[in-house]
Each structure stands twice: as C-alpha cells, then as structure tokens.
Design a binder for this molecule. Structure first.
Ligand code: CA
Length: 514
C-alpha cells in the first residue's frame, strides 16, 4: 500500500452527518489505549482548558517567528509550545463570533448561522445548537466560562444558558465598551452629550457580568476605560480561583478562558505599560497575555492538575489590519475578515504532559470545528456527538496523542460569511472567491477588509512555495483541478441534506418576523 499522502489518500465517511476523515487505524488504536491508560492511572476523565485570545496573529509569538523580533517577547507561550504540540496549520474562521461558535458547536458558520459578529445589542447567537459545554455538562463535567463571550447577547445564547455552570466576563467585544468613550478615537461622541446618551441607550449591557447556570446575569462593573485595563487581571484571578477550587475533587472540568486582549483598543494593566520593547499598548498587552498563560499553567501545576489537563491555546482570528497599529503580526496574506491565510491561520498550541508528546511541530490540518469531537473522544463521550445535524469537525484525538501524528482532516473549508471561498488540501489551496482592495468584479462586501471578489477561474496556490498567495499556479497544476472541485462539490452537497442557517442580519430578522 502506498505511503499516506493528504491529497492522494482516501477518507472514510462513517455516517451521513459526519465529515469524512482519514482513518489512520493504527494511530487511532494507540490513542484509545493511551486514553484508557490515562483513566486507569489518574482515575478520572481529563480536564480541558481552552485559552482563547482575541485578534492575536499567527506570528505574534516567538515560537511562530515573532516574539523578540517584533518587539514583544513571549517566553511563556514559547515554553508551552516546546512542552507540547505546535500546530502550524490551525484554522479559525475569519472573525470572532463565527470562530467562537464553530469552536463550541463543531460546525462551520454556514451551519450554526453566526456568519459575522453581532454588534451593539444585535440579536444573534447559538439558537438550537448543541454545544461542547452542554454535552460535557450532561456527562458530569463542571463547566466554567471566563472573559469574552460575543456569541450572542440575547438571553438564550448567553453562556449560562448554553451549558456553562458559571460565567464571569462580558457578553460582547472589547471595542464596543470603550471606543465611544475615548476622545482620541471618538471625539465627536465624547464631546457631544447627545451622542454619548444616544450610544448609552443602545440595547447592549455596558457592564461585565456574573451569571450562574440558567440564571439572569448580574452586573459586576461598568466597563469604563480604567475598568477595562483591569479586566484580564480580574478574569485571570477568577480562573485561578476556579482551578484551585477544582483541585483534589473527582469532577473533571472545562475552563473556557477568553481574554480581552489583544482586541483593539488596548489599555494594558499599568503593571505592563511600556513592558514591551515596542512600548506600544498592543505589544504590552501581548506581554500581559504571556504572563496570564504562565499564571494559569502555574495554578494547574501547583494544584497537581497539570497532567490531568489538556490545554489548547489559540486566537479567534488573524490580525485586524484596519486598526493598525493595534494589530497583530502574520507572515501570511491579508488579515481578519478575509479567507486569505492571514485571516484564518492562527496559533495552535496543545499541551498535556504525559499524553501529548513534547517538542513536536505539525503542519497537519486542524480546524476549530475539530475541538468538539476531539474533546468528546478524549473524555470517552463520543456517543454524545449529536446525530440529528451535520458535524463538520473530525475527531483529532489520535493526531494530538501520537508522536508525529497525522491529521484526520483532509480538507479545510474556507467560508467568508455565507459565501464558500476556498478549499485547502495538503499544501494546495483552491480559491473561488476572496477579499480584495481592488473593486474590479466586486461581488459583495468583504466583511472587515476590502470587497468580496469572485474569481473568473479558480486560483490555485501552493502554500509551501507561496505562503503569501500571490502566484496562481493553476495552469501548471491542472491534475489537481477535478479532485479539488470534487471536494468542494461534496462539501456543498451536505447543505442540501442539512440546510444552512442564518441567525444574523436582515435575513434572520425577516425569518423571525414570519
Ligand atoms: Ca477576534
């Protein structure tokens, strides 16, 4: 049998509602054995810490080529990458809310319906979705969410109503609390009493909140600019206390810790002002985030839970180039809001001492949708995977647990709001439509960056030879054409059997009104 190859090897579809995946039978058997040994050794199911940052770029960390070289050393992220598996092709969605909803549901945005972030009290959210915290909670896990939510401010979509036992954080996104308060960015608002009142009357909560399962959120504090600069510190303390509280108990847990940083605008804690060689608030915030990840892992170590806990560290999308210099670093093309690699290729560090081998780097494909089925598999709860809807994620547990493991994912599907944009397989990426600053052939709004452009012919990029996606290689590589188009057709066909959903914007409002 020929050696495995991500383009040439076939996948297996085990059910109509599940994404076809590479089987890797030996690797999968070894992973199951490793998980069984863990259960016997530790006498519990694994804890899960998801540490998700906001708008932090693929290249911001030293271990990804940034760090000292871009004015913000990140020794703790780098140390964690060396202690575990560093993914170089980890994919988010192009913006915050679609990514977060994909992470928690195992489904691409065109299925969960959050195509873009809800802003200033807009309705939206996880209507009718089966979430990771709910599924884990049903199986006996303690579930804690801390920090940024931004998956819908409406009551039904709030964290304490979609599976979390407890939530301490804000329901929307950083800039919404402060941009209209800062005279540097919004002088016409700050110096106008009428406009300030107008914003204050918009239907969003200006406070960060605390909520318990099924309850109504209680306001903790209004998020003024001085209050905002302390949020990541307060949220870190809350998560540290959770980790300490859970120590020694038998109950496994999920901690979903989402930082405020480093979304624009950044007002780091005063301890970190000018702490970076760059002396810029964005870079100082990275230093603060690096310290927070150190504190959380130290809390795990000090309480004897490090070996019981799978840690996944990432960012919800690429750098937001339109808010430069409050913008991250990526070596790839474009940034947040696009399906060029700069928008969706994010850091991905997986640490679990004794289970995930140390010092491994892999370019195997890994999508945010994979987290739900993977965590369920690690918890021995794959049977809880919903069967009444399409699950785009694949179980990557054996990829993570094997030394030099192979990804089970053949294709990464790039969605730009409700438009299918591109397909990656192996080192190749076929692009059907993308964002552009050139408005020739404009096909729709681009989201956060330029306009959406439909390509007359699909463009093919070799991401190893051309990581910045500037040289269309299609005419020399026609052998891939049919296989890639088949991959796209098969993906789009799943929406015929499992129709897409829209929960954002006018279309959703029309549907609600009917
Ligand atoms: Ca974001």
């Amino acid at each position: 049998m020929p050696k495995f190859d991500p383009i040439a090897s076939p996948t297996v579809r085990t059910a109509e509602h599940l994404e076809p995946a590479f089987a890797h039978a030996e690797q999968s058997d070894a992973a199951k054995k490793k998980i069984a040994e863990f259960s016997a050794r530790r006498r519990k199911r694994p804890n899960v810490l998801v540490f998700l940052m906001d708008d932090v770029g693929w290249g911001d960390f030293g271990c990804y080529g940034g760090g000292v070289a871009v004015g913000a050393p990140t020794p703790n992220f780098d140390r964690l990458a060396r202690a575990g598996l560093q993914l170089t092709s980890c994919y988010s969605e192009p913006t915050c809310s679609p990514s977060r909803a994909t992470l928690l549901t195992g489904r691409v945005p065109h299925r969960h319906g959050l195509h873009r972030p809800p802003m200033y009290g807009e309705p939206g959210g996880l209507i009718g979705e089966a979430t990771l915290p709910q599924l884990l909670s049903d199986s006996g896990y303690a579930t804690q969410a801390v920090g940024k939510w931004h998956i819908g401010e409406n009551a039904a979509s709030q964290p304490q109503n979609v599976g979390f036992d407890d939530f301490y954080g804000f329901l929307s996104v950083s800039d919404m609390y402060t941009e209209w308060r800062d005279p540097h960015f919004f002088p016409e608002m700050v110096y106008s009493e009428a406009r300030t009142e107008w914003v204050k009357n918009m239907p969003f909560n200006r406070c960060f909140v605390h909520a318990k399962k099924g309850g109504t959120p209680e306001n903790v504090e209004e998020v003024t600019i001085p209050a905002l600069s302390l949020l990541d510190e307060k949220w870190c303390q809350y998560s540290e206390a959770f980790i300490q509280r859970m120590a020694g108990g038998k109950q496994p847990w999920l901690l979903y810790h989402c930082t405020r940083g480093a979304h624009f605008d950044n007002y780091p804690h005063e301890r970190f002002l000018a702490a970076s060689p760059a002396k810029h608030p964005y870079k100082d915030t990275l230093i603060e985030l690096d310290d927070i990840v150190r504190r959380l892992t130290e809390a795990l170590r000090a309480t004897g839970q490090l070996e019981d806990t799978l840690i996944f560290i990432s960012s919800d999308n690429g750098p937001h180039m339109e808010t430069w210099p409050d913008a991250a670093y990526t070596p790839f093309r474009c940034g947040k809001g696009s399906t060029w690699e700069g928008g969706v290729r994010v850091p991905g560090i997986v640490v679990w001492p004794g289970m995930v081998e140390a010092g491994i780097q892999s370019d195997g494909l890994f999508g945010f949708s994979d987290i739900l089925p993977t965590v369920l598999a690690l918890a021995g709860e794959s049977a809880r995977l919903p069967a009444d809807r399409y699950i785009d994620g694949v179980d990557q547990s054996s990829f993570l647990l094997a030394r030099d493991g192979l990804s089970h994912r053949k294709y990464h599907y790039y969605w730009l709001m409700s438009t299918f944009s591109a397909l990656r397989c192996g080192e190749y990426k076929m692009v059907l439509s993308s964002t552009s600053d050139d408005d020739t052939g404009a096909w729709g709004p681009g989201g956060f960056t330029g306009i959406l452009q439909k390509h007359t012919y699909p463009a093919l990029y070799n991401l190893y030879l051309d990581p910045k996606e500037t040289h269309n290689y299609m005419t020399r590589k026609l052998a891939y054409m049919e296989a890639f188009q088949l991959g796209i057709r098969q993906h789009l066909l799943t929406f015929k059997r499992f129709p897409p959903k829209t929960v954002m914007g006018l279309q959703a409002a029309d549907a609600r009104a009917k």
